[in-house]
Design a protein around this ligand. Structure first.
Ligand code: HEM
Length: 412
């Protein structure tokens, strides 16, 4: 409700993917999640497992459409300006948007990294509890060990894939949003054989570099461009030609808006401090998770039990949290790095808000939502810790249910 101008402008583009998301994904998720929740001990084990698989497939399908929408904001393809808004001319272009083809796998793999880490963290915590016992429960130990190793393996495989997809995404992003990469690297002037910044300290207003430690040539490899454009050069380009991609091109909508935007005095530079550090924290937390996961597998190799203690406890806590925050910083980077645009090179964020909503309204809704979701988060975390602490349920041996009235199937 705070973004009515935005909804009006992109409605024709987002209408189709979001309707498909509801019709296909949400129905799939809600139907089969309901059957899974209420099908315990009613459906056969195989059918019951199939229910949660179908619900998860629904969630994956949902991520396709919502990511297609976000990728369109990063690179608005397949659209033209008509009737005062963006109108869809090629739905296929939206689903084959080069940013989308890298962003979707990157984001989904980020979720699997969290899932694997969560399993390894919870099972690892219980494994340490068993290790403390004088007589650990053999069945529980074997279950927790399997889960710890399974989770850590999933997380490590996801970690390798996230680096691969992150590299692909970095190259696509540099092409369609060169300013975002320049900001992520605090690169002020265009450089050939561009260096990757290990640490750059900028002036307080972010207008120039004060000190830096860089590795020559690495950014050109990561960006897939021998020459990487700098912030100052991109600002100068923008003043002359409006928003352009790294190769100087513009897609249809960006071309149609270039002249309209030139009079608006939009500063094309995002918050450099946030872009720089969000990019690094995302990657850093990813590497930390992988190191901890590898250590977990090493400690539990050949049937070994972990030594319960501070190090292990810290590790099993880091695991679920680190990739979770890596995802959050990934999104902070993607969204803050795209500013001042809500649709890259087409619509400035300041033009997208609802003209009738006051600052007071925004504050009021923000406070109410924060309190509401904060309260729900406390309840959710409370329930999660309650059931995590409970650990594995005691599984009673399967009773042979003999139906006295059933006709004899065999007699001798
Ligand atoms: C070496 C490691 C990584 C690289 C090179 C990398 C690269 C990137 C790039 C370039 C973007 C911005 C894309 C854009 O704005 O268009 C991004 C966003 C993102 N990253 Fe990473 N990333 C890495 C690690 C991670 C890790 C470990 C996670 C989470 C576990 C993660 C999750 C995300 C998410 C959720 C986004 C926002 C959605 C998106 O744009 O895909 N990334 N990453």
């Amino acid at each position: 409700m705070n973004w009515s101008e935005y909804s009006r402008f992109v409605g024709d583009i987002f209408g189709a993917p979001l309707a498909l998301e509801a019709l296909i994904a949400f129905f799939l998720e809600s139907t089969f999640l309901g059957l899974w929740i209420f099908g315990w001990d009613k459906l056969s084990r195989g059918k019951h497992l199939a229910m949660i698989w179908l619900a998860s497939i629904g969630t994956l399908i949902s991520s396709i459409f919502i990511m297609a929408a976000n990728s369109w904001m990063q690179n608005p393809v397949g659209a033209t300006y008509n009737n005062g808004r963006a109108e869809l001319v090629d739905f296929g272009a939206v689903l084959t948007n080069p940013i989308f083809l890298a962003q979707w796998p990157h984001t989904v793999i980020g979720a699997f990294m969290v899932a694997g880490s969560f399993i390894a963290g919870v099972a690892g915590w219980h494994l340490a509890k068993q290790a403390k016992k004088a007589t650990p429960d053999a069945e529980d130990v074997s279950a927790y060990r399997t889960a710890t190793k399974f989770g850590a393996t999933i997380m490590l495989v996801a970690g390798l894939l996230i680096i691969l997809t992150g590299d692909l995404l970095g190259k696509q992003m540099t092409q369609v949003q060169p300013m975002k990469m320049a900001a992520a690297e605090a690169l002020y002037t265009t450089e050939t054989n561009a260096p990757f910044s290990i640490l750059t300290i900028g002036s307080l207003d972010g207008s120039k570099e004060v000190w830096s430690f860089k590795v020559p040539g690495v950014l050109s490899i990561l960006a897939g461009e021998s020459t990487v454009k700098g912030i100052n050069n991109l600002q100068a380009d923008y003043a002359k030609t409006g928003f352009t991609q790294a190769d100087g091109s513009q897609n249809t909508l960006q071309k149609e808006f270039a002249s309209k935007l030139s009079t608006l005095g939009v500063n094309p530079t995002p918050n450099i401090f946030m872009s720089y550090w969000a990019f690094r924290i995302m990657m850093g937390l990813g590497f930390l998770t992988m190191i901890v996961g590898a250590w977990l597998l090493w400690v539990t190799r050949k049937g070994a039990m972990p030594k319960p203690g501070k190090l292990w406890t810290t590790a099993v806590w880091i695991l679920p949290l680190a990739p979770l925050f890596a995802n959050s910083f990934g999104w902070i980077f993607t969204e803050m790095g795209r500013q001042p645009w809500i649709v890259a090179g087409v619509m400035p964020t300041s033009f997208a808000v609802s003209p009738t909503v006051s600052v007071g309204d925004v504050w009021f809704t923000m406070i109410v939502y924060t309190l509401l979701y904060g309260g729900l988060a406390v309840i959710e975390l409370g329930l999660m810790f309650k059931y995590i602490k409970k650990g594995l349920p005691v599984v009673a041996p399967v009773e042979q249910i003999v139906d006295e009235d059933a006709p004899l199937s065999f007699a001798y």
